[in-house]
Design a protein around this ligand. Structure first.
Ligand code: FE2
Length: 476
């Protein structure tokens, strides 16, 4: 799709004072809803382009983007042309991802002399022997946001690591606790892409490709190698992050479902070009194979005036996910709720799946409706963004975390079991709820931080203890 901006457009200048605010977007949404657009209707917000993996093009200054070629002898505005490749050059077309960036300085000038730095709470796989806690089903209450100054980098807290970053396989699950915006401070991650799941308050990601604002109920994905900074919008923020070391997230196949439902491509939003032309002392931190490196700059590296290509960050409103489920009896596997999947080399065996449990109707007849009891080769890290989770009405509150690792049994607690087996089954709407799961083929190893966290519920596994032996020896 093409996004060429008229020079007279208010989008022409992307300085902070003209950036459309969240209030503007919400006012737009309210107008659409009032015009009969439906409960969740929201046109593509100002500053974004719709689609998943499109060949986008966008320019923040008119004529900045070359026409008909990637690398002209001289570019408009004296910009440097630079390619950012997210896949090997020779990847098949369907998996080939790259973008061309037209920027004030080439990336080679965004720091060359690096020093080592430490972010001790941001851990990377393999990180196997950090504690001696035995296996078990684990759950943590929400971690309070502390008073101390924490940015998106210093406030990152790794809960689990899986796989091996050196083989570009596996993932890490983090929480973030942010009380301070990044000021003249920038970051990129060579180890993987970041899938950010806000749970409390919004975040503004100013990336090389443009600005993305996300609030609880939305997610943001920043691919490997893209520079960005993170600002607070409406106060201290908390949320979850999946750091995916493997192949990029993509949309799952739909099989017999057909061409629609689940996550639809048009609901993914990629930002239009925006840049800073700032000559100030800055820092750029780079995460590379689990280590952190820092360099000093005399300018902002967010200096991309125009870009085109299919390797770019994006956001998605989870409330636009159209779930498909049981309409007569029984309960399909939770894979029906997959929003994004990062495949591995083995078909159907995800490096990591991002799965949600959104608002939906529950209508199955003569069926046990909550998630059933099970054991699984995959490892499941769950969080709750808002509302109540149907398998665990208590103890799993918004901001909480649970971990059900490879081949550890889990399922509904006593309260959920009793309700599900005794209730007179009528269609029921599960309203105002949004849980999610990072599910990986690799065992998730607990960090020392997670193993010793104050909010760990030591009595979690007791939730299954009250389940009675109901066996009578007779079929009734
Ligand atoms: Fe499970």
């Amino acid at each position: 799709m093409t996004q060429r901006l008229d020079p007279g457009s208010p989008l022409h200048n992307f300085r902070d004072d003209t950036w459309p605010t969240r209030k503007d977007s919400m006012a737009d949404a309210a107008k659409i809803a009032a015009s009969g657009g439906g409960q969740y209707a929201q046109a593509t917000p100002v500053g974004y382009m719709p689609g998943f993996g499109n060949d986008f093009e966008t320019e923040a200054l008119p004529g900045a983007l070359p026409v008909g070629q990637n690398s002209p002898q001289r570019t408009a505005y004296g910009l440097y042309a630079e390619q950012l490749s997210g896949s090997p050059f020779t990847a098949p077309r369907g998996a080939n991802e790259r973008s061309w960036l037209y920027r004030i300085r080439p990336s080679v000038q965004h720091g060359s002399k690096f020093g080592k730095t430490a972010l001790p709470f941001w851990r990377t796989a393999p990180s196997l022997a950090e504690h001696d806690r035995p296996i078990g089903q684990l759950r943590w209450s929400p971690v309070p946001i502390p008073k101390e100054n924490l940015t998106f980098l210093t406030g990152m807290r790794t809960m689990t690591t899986a796989g091996d970053v050196n083989t570009q396989a596996g993932m890490a699950a983090h929480i973030y606790l942010v009380t301070q915006s990044m000021q003249d401070e920038y970051f990129y991650n060579a180890d993987g892409e970041l899938l950010i799941v806000p749970q409390h308050n919004s975040l503004l990601f100013f990336t090389e490709f443009g600005k993305i604002e996300v609030e609880p109920g939305e997610i943001c994905v920043i691919p490997r190698g893209i520079k960005f900074k993170v600002e607070l919008v409406n106060g201290p923020a908390r949320g979850y992050v999946c750091e995916n070391y493997g192949a990029k997230f993509t949309l799952p196949e739909r099989g017999p479902i057909g061409a629609n439902c689940l996550a639809n491509a048009r609901d993914f939003k990629t930002p239009v070009a925006a840049f800073e032309d700032k000559e100030v002392k800055s820092r750029l931190t780079v995460k590379w194979c689990g280590g952190f490196n820092v360099t000093e700059l005399g300018h902002s590296p967010l200096d991309v005036v125009a870009w085109h290509g299919n390797y770019a960050p994006y956001k998605y409103n989870l409330r636009h996910y159209s779930p498909v489920g049981a309409i007569h009896f029984d309960h399909p596997d939770p894979s029906i709720f997959t929003v994004l999947t990062a495949p591995s080399e083995t078909a159907g065996t995800a490096n990591v799946d991002f799965v949600i449990f959104p608002e939906r109707w529950s209508v199955a007849e003569h069926s046990f409706r909550p998630p059933w009891y099970h054991m699984n080769i995959m490892s499941e890290f769950m969080g709750l963004i808002y509302g109540v989770y149907d398998a665990k009405p208590e103890g799993f509150t918004p901001g909480a975390i649970s971990l059900h690792n490879c081949m550890l049994p889990h399922g509904p607690d006593k309260q959920a079991y009793d309700h599900a087996t005794k209730v007179n089954l009528q269609p029921v709407k599960l309203t105002g709820t949004m849980a999610f799961m990072f599910e990986t083929r690799f065992p998730q190893h607990l960090t020392k931080y997670a193993a010793e966290l104050d909010t760990l519920q030591e009595d979690y596994a007791d939730c299954w203890a009250p389940l009675e032996k109901n066996f009578t020896g007779s079929p009734s």
